[in-house]
Design a protein around this ligand. Structure first.
Ligand code: WT7
Length: 657
């Protein structure tokens, strides 16, 4: 049998949920899923009314939705404070003393915060922020590691109606500065440093560098995580305050009263701005609002993870990405879940760390990324085999297509062939999971991301919007607005419309290519725009290129992805130099360091190639498709008739790396 046919057969394997799982599942059959999905689209008012009763509404909504694309509003007329659904509502129930967060630091220290304690911290922080001048509508930047205080920070902002913008701790100071300036943040919450693989990420030092050119920041709150001996920081008089001091000194009585009984905001009040990469050099500030986002993450957490009261749920994402926002903070807390949170690297001090955490804390649901799974496969089965993983009952995957081999390993070695796997497809812009299989209701197929979630009307279409036939590849689009969708890009309604709503008439374009098979299962192939997915991080090729050309030696640059066993995609850049600049090892190192500075270490190219010129069309457009083929070492199969100078290509292919 040829490899091709064999892999096709493998892809077609189906894994039904076990009877014991289905018997206890919230949605226990395909028919039940289908009828709920149908109702969510045909009678959305009824569906969402029924499924949002647990949430805390200060004013009820009068109408489910109202839209005139690309503007959409959901839960019209409602007023709420999202943190009351995530915290206050649990205080009157036995959840009061339940662990909201079980946290483990990289050095091995642990902390548990009950719902009562988390609420108390959030109220205190909200009062302190009020005293620092934060009001509803003000933006607050958060540049922290994976510590419980980062969750407190987000919720304290939300409590005040001050949109937060979390900037991933792996971003450089330049990237931090640009994001702060774009959203005009007034306050920055950060920490002295955070632990990563035994090293210290000097967050406060990087913040100081960023703030030299970020005039909107008035106050900086600094959490002490590492301590003065290891990571001394300089506090700027009048601007910087210690987190600990703020929490200890009494806030003004009016601020405290206001934090205890916070304001209710309109359903469409902005909750956060989260920057992500697009196809230009400028990151997009994806803006989410309150009620629709809450409803989306609440419902998806509950049903996709089939969440039960005794679960210990662990999403391994960083709160700097949307997965952390939706599935560490707002989704699980609104469900009253116990969330595991881990500060450091998966391989510190060795590759058994994740499995140790699962064993030590009795984690029952694990939600992680294919790139991590592939790294674990490479490290060897002996690490998970050393640990008791019998507490696990459900596994999840997110961030990129999971290759069937990784899926099978996850199923066999981690799930002991017992745990269903939910492969969840969604985006920063969608706010919540859009495609997946509900674990008790549907069989899974390794490599397929499954079926539409409730309220999601999604399809694969051709360029003008005509539907594709089963198994025909096309563009993945959403055919009607959904509650948790981004409402705009911060300060740029026009770019929002152009990027998502103007590509294909009347629908939201995801930027992904996909097919839908004869069973209605989606197989997402990945981005079809100039955006890469490197180790689960979204990286815009244009961002890399504009960073490279800002280096004094670089004339022109083109960034492309090539398939990579571990990272999904690897980042390859082709660089032409200015006259008189010398190619070589030193310059490669300098360019890598330049990317670290401009964006962050995670965006460092895997391969840098110098070339005399780049292949271009007659109109001057760089032919990325050809470069991709060169980078992958494959044949240049495609059409080259528009290529201006054939010798460029021949040269590129024979060049040494
Ligand atoms: C892009 C969104 C969603 C949170 C993490 C990433 C790719 C995401 C899957 C999946 C295939 C996936 C898509 C999407 N993607 N999940 N299960 N199967 N592809 O969020 O940075 O906004 O990236 O990640 O290409 O468009 P993001």
């Amino acid at each position: 049998m040829s490899d091709r046919i064999e892999s096709r057969l493998k892809e077609d394997r189906r894994f039904p949920p076990s009877k014991s799982f289905s018997d206890r599942a919230r949605v226990a059959s395909h028919a039940a899923y289908e009828s709920m999905h149908r109702q969510s689209l045909e009678e959305p008012d009824v569906f969402w009314r029924e499924h949002t009763t647990e949430l805390v509404w200060r004013e009820p909504w009068t109408k489910f939705s109202e839209w005139s694309l690309p503007t959409a509003r959901f839960f019209v007329g409602a007023r709420l404070n999202i943190t009351e659904s995530c915290l206050d509502r649990h205080l009157a129930t036995p959840h009061r003393t339940k662990a909201a967060l079980i946290w483990e630091g990289e050095p091995g220290d642990t902390r548990t915060l009950t719902y009562f304690e988390l609420h108390r911290h959030v109220v205190r922080m909200a009062a302190a922020l009020t005293d620092l001048g934060v009001k509803a509508g003000d933006r607050v930047a958060i540049y922290m590691g994976m510590v419980p205080e980062a969750v407190v920070a987000m919720l304290a902002c939300a409590r005040l109606g001050a949109p937060h913008s979390v900037i991933f701790g792996g971003f450089s100071s330049d990237a931090l500065r640009d994001r702060i300036n774009d959203c005009g943040a007034k306050v920055l919450l950060t920490q002295d440093g955070s632990w990563r693989r035994g090293n210290i990420v000097p967050l406060k030092k990087m913040a100081d560098a960023a703030l030299e050119q970020a005039p909107t920041i008035e106050k900086v709150v600094v959490l002490k995580r590492i301590g003065h001996d290891r990571e001394p920081v300089v506090m700027k008089e009048g601007r910087d305050v210690w987190w600990e001091d703020l929490m200890e000194r009494p806030a003004s009585p009016t601020s405290v009263a206001h934090a205890r009984k916070p304001d209710a905001f309109d359903a469409e009040h902005p909750l956060f701005v989260l920057y992500t990469s697009g196809s230009t050099g400028k990151p997009k500030g994806v803006q989410h609002t309150t009620a629709g986002y809450l409803a989306g993450v609440h419902l998806s957490t509950k049903y996709v993870f089939d969440l039960r009261d005794d679960d210990v749920y662990w999403c391994t994402a960083d709160i700097g990405w949307v997965t952390g926002h939706s599935y560490i903070v707002y989704g699980p807390l609104s469900c009253g879940a116990t969330c595991m949170m881990y500060e450091g690297a998966p391989n510190f001090p060795d590759w058994s760390r994740f499995w140790q955490i699962i064993e030590r804390h009795g984690v029952s649901i694990l939600y992680t990324a294919p790139t991590a799974i592939r790294a674990f496969i490479r490290a060897g089965d002996e690490w998970p085999k050393k640990h008791d993983l019998s507490s696990l009952r459900l596994l999840g995957s997110v961030g990129e297509p999971i290759n069937p081999e990784a899926w099978m390993w996850y199923h066999r070695v981690i799930g002991a062939e017992r745990c269903p796997i939910v492969d969840t497809w969604w985006q920063t812009e969608t706010g919540a999971i859009m495609l997946t299989t509900l674990p008790g209701a549907a069989f899974t197929k390794p490599g397929s991301t499954g079926l539409p979630f409730f309220g999601v009307d999604i399809a694969v279409v051709k360029d003008r919007g005509e539907p594709c036939a089963p198994n025909e590849g096309g563009k993945l689009v959403v055919r009607r607005p959904w509650p948790s969708m981004a409402r705009t890009l911060w300060g740029d309604d026009e770019r929002y419309r152009k990027t998502y709503w103007d590509v294909i008439p009347d629908v939201y374009f995801t930027g992904d290519g996909s097919r839908r098979d004869e069973d209605g299962y989606f197989w997402v192939v990945g981005r079809i725009d100039d955006v890469l997915n490197v180790a689960g991080h979204r990286i815009g090729t244009a961002e890399i290129e504009s960073a490279l050309v800002s280096h004094p030696a670089v004339a022109e640059a083109a960034a492309v992805g090539r398939p990579d066993d571990l990272k999904g995609q690897a980042l390859c850049v082709f660089v032409t130099l200015k006259a008189g600049k010398k190619a070589g090892r030193d310059l490669k190192d300098a360019l890598a360091a330049h990317i670290d500075r401009e964006i962050g270490k995670f965006a460092r190219p895997d391969v840098i190639r110098f070339t005399d010129s780049l292949p271009k069309t007659r109109s001057g457009k760089i032919m990325r498709r050809l470069l991709k083929e060169v980078a992958s070492g494959g044949e240049t199969k495609g059409d080259t008739t528009t290529l201006e100078d054939f010798s460029v290509l021949a040269k590129l292919r024979t060049d040494e790396e």
